[in-house]
Design a protein around this ligand. Sequence first.
Ligand code: ADP
Ligand code: MG
Length: 355
Amino acid sequence: LAASAPRRIKPLDQSVVNKIAAGEIIVAPVNALKELIENSVDAGATTVDIVSKDGGLKLLQITDNGHGINKDDLPILCERFTTSKLKSFDDLSSIGTYGFRGEALASISHIAHLTVTTKTKDSDVAWRALFEDGKLVAPKPGQAAEPKPVAGRGGTQITVEDLFYNMPNRRKAFRSPSEEYQKILDIVGRYAVHCKGVGFSCKKHGDADMSLSVNATANTVDRIRNIHGSNLANELVEFKVADSHLGFTAHGLVSNANYSVKKTTLLLFINHRAVDCYPLKKGIEQSYATFLPKGGRPFVYISLEIEPHRVDVNIHPTKREVNFLHEDDIVDKICEAIRSKLAAVDTSRVFMTQT
Ligand code: ADP
Ligand code: MG
């Protein structure tokens, strides 16, 4: 067959590019929520309240009492790569905050209706701004595309409505709002365990009762008790491990040999970001194999801090996975620390039953 002439290469429309990029970062409502929680925590909030409707597809609202956003910054808030957290590429290697690419709000504005209401402590009023496709838009036809003064408390409220309204295929792929809500509760629960000093609540729109509610003053065990129950909270052991050569410290709370469930729960934070690490999960399950009945699985919460220059947080659009140096060695050290804790608890139990 004779090759036909190649088709000409043309740049995609900017609005198409923005939508594609946004859809890679925000795959489901839970991805948007994770970014919004991280923003609230970055803003120094001590309360973070979440409301969701239809699994976050109809409405996702998050209200915090953080430092707010300056009115003068609102016009560029949802432009891509605008951030208060990162100035140079080198900053990526020492990043202390959750966000860092200035992409989250921009992305959301390309695939949902976004409303931001915010008040700094220097401002007498709160400012409300609506965004579409990265830009400020008028609240009503005929009005100016600018922030409007409203009554409000210090902090920020972000309202995301009709997520994926302009991506019908993505929208159709969500069959079950309750499944999406479970993912929302899962991520809120993770941050609620990890973020000491921050209170969290989460509920469905229209419900009187909270699905989850944790006080700002609660300690970590009480946070776990609140979210995962006393059966677990009464069977937790604390562990700590550090290695200056490998450049990490880790601590956490793990279930002891009295506790056994069908599926592992691993709440893993690397440099205060909720992430997945498959090798660590496997290592932990192997470590518990000798302590739990056959098929039994543990609950494990780990806060792992690695020197920032050894971590590449930028390998994945949703930032769910990270790469770090000496992964195998660090996984081994953590598993060893957990095993020796389990063994110690086990022998003390044997000792107690003997006397
Ligand atoms: P990034 O977090 O990567 O900077 P985002 O798009 O998530 O990018 O947010 C852009 C900027 O908006 C942030 O750098 C921050 O200055 C501001 N911001 C976003 N959410 C909040 C919030 N809840 N409270 C205060 N400031 C916020
Ligand atoms: Mg952010």
